[in-house]
Design a protein around this ligand. Structure first.
Ligand code: CTP
Length: 221
């Protein structure tokens, strides 16, 4: 009998949180790392679903793409797909807070409050990973400082098997660029550096690495 393909769920890109119909809070994520990972996973024969925030990238060939805009949209799309995946890759740069009030008309300059109150956005990864069964989970971390300490904290807080940390503002800074360096931290204390290299190359190596991880029998915690 032919084995079924590995099902891989990838999130990518930024999210947007609107405070009126034409203005929103976001970040500079281009989606390049997530799209490159989705393409690399498809190329090794995995069945890939990509949930993407607003980016200007074409859908990778052979990958099903679900477009989303807000953090809540991202949560609903990922929550609906998580239980059926074998590998979860969370590259999405989800905005962590949203304006408390959203005006239904364009706010005129003279009406704009200079303080915009914010509410938290759901932590997608931390929430869905509570239902983790056999999924292999790779989270990302974007850090300007204390990269290792924060990455290790995210490993446990987000119930991930691996965290791939990006150093923001370094020479191979992650956002918008075509190349990157990733620092991988594993649940059993493993450490690995990928790059500096083009994101497409890093993506291929990372997918190869995850496929090796899938082949390792799981030990009981
Ligand atoms: N993430 C998520 N939901 C959020 C924020 C982040 O699922 N609301 C995921 C990201 O996709 C990434 C990981 O959590 O895989 C870490 O994201 P990062 O932005 O580095 O950290 P935050 O959780 O936002 O924490 P902080 O802003 O304190 O660094």
């Amino acid at each position: 009998m032919k084995a079924r393909p590995i099902r891989c769920l990838v999130s990518a890109g930024p999210t947007r949180e609107f405070f009126d119909p034409v203005r929103f809070v976001t970040n500079p994520s281009s989606g390049k790392m997530g799209y490159a990972l989705a393409a690399a996973a498809q190329q090794i024969g995995w069945e890939v679903e990509l949930v993407s925030g607003p980016v200007s990238l074409p859908a990778p060939e052979g990958v099903r793409v679900q477009q989303v805009v807000t953090g809540q949209d991202m949560f609903e799309a990922m929550d609906a797909r998580f239980d059926d995946c074998d590998v979860l890759i969370m590259t999405a740069a989800i905005v962590d807070f949203k304006p408390r009030a959203q005006a239904d008309h364009k706010i005129k300059k003279h009406e704009l409050e200079m303080v915009i109150e914010m509410d938290p956005v759901v932590d997608v990864l931390a929430t869905i990973s509570k239902r983790k069964k056999n999924q292999l989970i790779l989270g990302f971390a974007a850090e300007t400082n204390n990269l290792e300490e924060y990455a290790l904290r995210k490993l446990t807080q987000k119930n991930a098997d691996w965290i791939a940390a990006n150093q923001i503002g370094g020479p191979d800074s992650a956002f918008e660029k075509d190349s990157n360096t990733l620092y991988l931290f594993g649940r059993s204390g493993e450490r690995l550096q990928l790059g500096p290299a083009p994101k497409v190359k890093i993506a291929a190596r990372l997918i190869e690495f995850l496929s090796q991880q899938l082949a390792i029998p799981k030990t009981k915690a």
